[in-house]
Design a binder for this molecule. Structure first.
Ligand SMILES: [Zn+2]
Length: 142
């Protein structure tokens, strides 16, 4: 662990309007993804059109998912790309395959040793208030 302070503020969502339902859900400790009513595809990250059939926003809805999944892939970060995370190294950045299908990025937390993480490890969403406006989704071993 380093004691260096972040060199710049924590990054914020780039498209607040598009992602607002996701962040409102995380504040309620719920996980939501978009679903296309035209082709029944669920997906993450938030988009203005379905990545499968290109249906527009009128055909998209937000649906609650279980928050259960498995580690699809991961890396142990020792040199973060963003200096805001210098105090957190080493940490696990993973891609989580939700039981409902979509893959979502996030940190895997709560392991004594980051090397305990492995592909296919069952995980469950946990919610961490990062600021008054944003609650982050992180993942713990289930
Ligand atoms: Zn679609």
């Amino acid at each position: 662990m380093t004691t260096q302070q972040p060199k710049k503020p924590l990054p914020l969502p780039m498209n607040k309007t598009l992602t607002e339902p996701f962040w409102a859900a995380t504040k309620r400790k719920e996980l939501m993804v978009q679903r296309c009513k035209n082709c029944d595809h669920t997906f993450f990250y938030p988009r203005e059109a379905c990545p499968r059939c290109l249906a527009g926003q009128a055909q998209l809805e937000w649906v609650k998912v279980s928050g259960n999944g498995r580690v699809y892939t991961y890396t142990i970060v020792h040199q973060p790309a963003n200096p805001a995370f210098l105090n957190d190294v080493p940490y696990i950045f993973g891609i989580i395959q939700l039981d409902e299908g979509p893959r979502i990025p996030g940190n895997v937390i709560g392991l004594k040793d980051p090397h305990e993480c492995h592909v296919d490890m069952r995980v469950k969403a946990v919610f961490e208030e990062a600021s008054p406006d944003y609650t982050l989704v992180k993942w713990q071993k289930a």
